[in-house]
Design a protein around this ligand. Structure first.
Ligand code: UD1
Ligand code: UDP
Length: 361
């Protein structure tokens, strides 16, 4: 079977590695990079480090407004799909690349599989919520990270071809953890010892595009008495500069890091504070307490089991949790067993057998 996989943003590259490996055992995969992320540190570094196959196409759409970026991907993706005529298109998560990939395929009557289906924040002001709602309307095969996502789909009337497979992010981490320990020099380069610092990431529009929220997060970081390592997303760097925010010396703003360095920075942090979906889950996999710099999260299970604390962007709330948050000893395996990619490949195999052919329509 010919499978066209769509990737465009940082977490999609990281997930592409284990999924491609599993799919390519039995299928022909055409990998399409939309070009949504394009800086070396936001894109190529992951391909180099993780052995992701070189994309067959790079649509080079670059940045733009939501309509422009999504529209450009849609137009360029349609051409590729018409040329390649895939039997299945795989999209992942909730980016503009996900939305455009799912829409282009559906309009051409190509079945769509959605990895990370059923996640919801129930906040339609988040661009990602719109992207995942639409992708799930259009998809034919649904691969869910958790049972909660299966329930969300059921509540929206989606019951068939829904599979709980676990989290491909966990597959990526387990595959690369030893390699990260061997190869990463991040701790040494930054002069850090384990548990002597906190790791921070911020990139959500709700935080970067609202100077009050970004300023609130900055005030909290400036007030802690601990080293803070902050790899800054390009969008956040621009926002910090245009809001004229200054950080004290203990808050070290660095360029975005590669995945192996990020693993090591996460694993050795005393605390993680983030608005990233991927980083919240990785904190949980690694057993590092996490403060989420948002008012809600898709990853509610991590909050329910006591390992993640929602603090929003209010400096007092952030500081209070920063000093007192203490997760329990138990960390149940809510994100599966680290073999989500193989499970996805098995479900696709079963779906593609002659007996099942056409049932997605
Ligand atoms: C996107 C996804 C978000 C995901 C995140 C992962 C959407 C709507 N959002 O958000 O779900 O969590 O990726 O990181 O798809 N930029 C650069 N260089 C790059 C990439 C971006 O400078 O290589 C800057 C540009 O100024 C751009 C801005 O960052 O306008 C935002 O990039 P974009 O891809 O639109 O959204 P993200 O915030 O990265
Ligand atoms: N990440 C990375 N380098 C960084 C910041 C994040 O490798 O400087 C990784 C992180 O470990 C996780 C993924 O990027 O695997 C998450 O991406 P991001 O936070 O951009 O998006 P989200 O998960 O929120 O969609």
């Amino acid at each position: 079977m010919k499978i066209l996989s769509v990737v465009g943003a940082r977490p999609e590259f990281i997930q592409a590695a284990p999924v491609s490996r599993a799919l390519r055992q039995r299928h022909h995969e055409v990998l399409v990079h939309t070009g949504q992320h394009y800086d070396y540190r936001m894109s190529q570094t992951f391909f180099d480090e993780l052995g992701i196959p070189t994309p067959d196409y790079n649509l080079e759409v670059g940045s733009g407004s939501h309509a422009r970026q999504t529209g450009e991907i849609l137009i360029r993706m349609e051409e590729v799909m018409l040329r390649e005529k895939p039997d299945l298109v795989i999209v992942r998560g909730d980016t503009n690349s996900t939305l455009a990939g799912a829409l282009a395929a559906s309009k051409l009557h190509i079945p769509v599989a959605h990895i990370e289906a059923g996640e919801r924040s129930f906040d339609r002001r988040m661009p990602e919520e719109i992207n995942r709602l639409v992708a799930d309307r259009l998809a034919d095969l649904f691969f869910c990270v958790s049972q909660k996502a299966v329930r969300h789909l059921a509540a929206e009337g989606i019951h068939t071809r829904v599979h709980w497979v676990g989290d491909v992010m966990l597959d990526a981490m387990l595959t690369n953890r030893l390699l990260a320990r061997e190869r990463s020099t991040a701790l040494r380069d930054l002069g850090l010892s384990p548990r002597s610092y906190a790791l921070v990431t911020v990139h959500r529009a709700a935080n970067t595009d609202d100077p009050e929220r970004l300023g609130g997060i900055a005030r909290a970081l400036n007030a802690v008495e601990e080293n803070v390592i902050f790899p800054v997303h390009p969008r956040t760097r621009r926002a910090i500069e245009s809001a004229g925010i200054q950080f004290k010396r203990h808050v070290r703003l660095i360029e975005p890091v590669g995945y192996l360095d990020m693993m090591m920075l996460e694993e050795n942090a005393r605390l993680i504070a983030t608005d990233s979906g991927g980083v919240q889950r990785e904190a949980y996999f690694l057993g590092v307490p996490c403060l989420t710099l948002r008012d809600e999260t898709e990853w509610v299970e991590t909050v329910e089991v006591g390992w993640n604390c929602l603090v929003g962007a209010d400096p007092e709330k952030i500081l209070q949790a920063w000093h007192t948050f203490a997760p329990p000893a138990e960390r149940p395996p809510i994100f599966g067993d680290g073999h989500a990619s193989e499970a996805i490949a098995r479900h696709i195999d079963a779906w593609s057998t002659p007996d099942n052919a056409g049932k997605a329509f």
